[in-house]
Design a protein. Structure first.
Length: 56
């Protein structure tokens, strides 16, 4: 089961007494990327994660 990120922030924020802030400065923009030699050679859990993160 997946929870919306807002719910995760609320749950973690209460228990850890932290707040999440959205960064809007130009330097804060990130382009996530992942790489591997061969997705077929990854262990099944790693391959599942790789496929989930991959932008199609």
């Amino acid at each position: 089961m997946q929870f919306p990120s807002s719910l995760k922030r609320q749950r973690c924020g209460r228990s850890a007494k932290i707040a999440a802030l959205r960064l809007t400065d130009d330097w804060a923009t990130r382009q996530p990327s992942e790489c591997t030699r061969s997705a077929e050679e990854l262990a099944p859990p790693a391959r599942d994660l790789f496929e989930r993160l991959a932008v199609k």
